[in-house]
Design a binder for this molecule. Structure first.
Ligand code: NAD
Length: 388
């Protein structure tokens, strides 16, 4: 007998693998390997080309070492598009794993050339840009997926199912935190990846809100799809002054349309903290709490009963909590598994068979909208603003 769900076992889920490429995500990129971990897991994607790096020679060397033919390691995304669209077996979908300020122009160019896109978050700098790209994708009949990497974990689907089935009762309180201490010191100039993150021209209007806060925002949207944010207050600051006007720490309060209240803490100066990404959804009857650092476990507390820890892959979970379980209950189900699910869902959408939910263009837009509202509130001195 199988232990728990293990619904995914590596069998090809599409008629054939997709021809896949990457822009960015090369040897020096922090997030590139997570993309490859997700995309290459089930044979759903074949990595056929890339413009992996701003340093073309380094990008070519890297591409060849991850199995891409030399002539398909390009000096730039423009060269990639020109050459791949001229081939009968050209790339079909490209992932954009570059700094924030490049997402819009690269996504627009790829879609214009008829290529599906999987883009990093925060998707673009403004909702206006998102709306323009959404219209372009619709016109071209193409998919834009967004890599909210944690949201493919089966325990996220479990939480969403428990809320949808009324197991918590009416939602009253949402408490979320994504903090770490890796920027507690003044690391200005430390690395290129940190330099662009605190430069408004390259990062956008936020640092930690966009860098890590959008993960909280999208995951809570999955668990609470029936709730809409009505009002929001964002208080942000830069404890390292050179990061201003961007923030290395923020607190966001939110009111939902059912009267529920949310509190969200985002910080990269939480000294000593390695990785605190935590969600607590409190209903009238019960609560669930999930920590990304212990993703296999879901704390389920019913008022007046002993606390329970639900474990991934176990038969007592809701059906939705099993659907994309990969490892089974005896083994850890982690971030790489979650990314593999996200890449699988996006592939299914590209193949014309989208799952009920996956991080799509609307999800990316929703994140950018949330950031715009946070900035508006913060710039008004941390005032309550109606969610727009
Ligand atoms: N989804 C997640 O969990 C997650 C995690 C980390 C980063 N991110 C996002 O991923 C993106 C990249 O972040 P990072 O931390 O990997 O950044 P990084 O600075 O570490 O790496 C960026 C890479 O892009 C390359 N690059 C830059 N411009 C390019 C261009 N025009 N053409 C080709 N390559 C180019 C660089 O050479 C570098 O290798 C950001 O948008 C960030 O917010 C997401």
């Amino acid at each position: 007998m199988k232990i728990g769900g293990m619904m995914i076992n590596g069998e090809l889920q599409l008629a054939r693998p997709l021809r896949w490429g990457m822009v960015g995500g090369g040897r020096t990129g922090q997030v590139g390997y997570k993309h490859r971990t997700g995309a290459l897991r089930d044979g759903t994607y074949h990595l056929v080309c890339g413009a992996f790096d701003v340093d073309a020679a380094r990008g070519r060397d890297f591409g060849m070492r991850v199995g891409v033919a030399e002539e398909r390691c390009y000096d730039s995304y423009q060269a990639l598009i020109a050459a791949e669209t001229a081939r009968a077996d050209g790339v079909e979908v490209v992932s954009v794993a570059t700094p924030n300020f490049t997402h819009y122009e690269i996504t627009k160019a790829l879609l214009s050339a008829g290529i599906h896109v999987i883009c990093e978050k925060p998707l673009f700098f403004s909702v206006a840009e998102c709306d323009e790209i959404a219209a372009l994708a619709r016109e071209k009949g193409l998919i834009v997926g967004v890599t909210y990497g944690y949201t493919g974990h089966p325990m996220v689907a479990q939480m969403a199912a428990m809320v949808a089935k009324g197991m918590l009762g009416e939602i009253r309180i949402v408490d979320m935190q994504y903090t770490h201490g890796f920027n507690a010191g003044d690391d200005t100039g430390a690395s290129e990846a940190q330099q662009w993150r605190v430069d408004p021209a390259r990062s956008g209007g936020t640092f930690v809100l966009g860098d890590i806060g959008t993960h909280l925002q999208y995951l809570s949207e999955i668990v609470l799809p029936h709730l809409k944010i009505e009002k929001l207050l964002c208080d942000r600051t830069a404890f390292i002054p050179s990061r201003a006007p961007l923030e290395d720490h923020a607190t966001v309060l939110m009111h939902y349309d059912n009267g529920a209240r949310a509190r969200l803490w985002v910080s990269s100066v939480d000294a000593g903290q390695m990785d605190a990404q935590r969600y607590r959804f409190v209903g009238a009857k019960a609560s669930v709490e999930w920590h990304a650092a212990r993703p296999d476990e879901l704390l389920y507390e019913v008022q007046g009963e002993p606390s329970r820890i639900l474990h991934h892959g176990m038969p007592y979970l809701e059906e939705e909590g099993h659907e994309y379980d990969r490892m089974g209950a005896l083994h850890t189900e982690g971030l790489g598994d979650s990314w593999a699910n996200i890449y699988l869902w996006i592939a299914q959408a590209i193949a014309g068979n989208p799952p009920a939910r996956y991080p799509d263009m609307a999800a990316g837009t929703s994140g950018v909208r949330w950031l715009e509202n946070c900035i508006r509130s913060a710039e008004a001195g941390g005032a309550w603003v109606d969610y727009a």
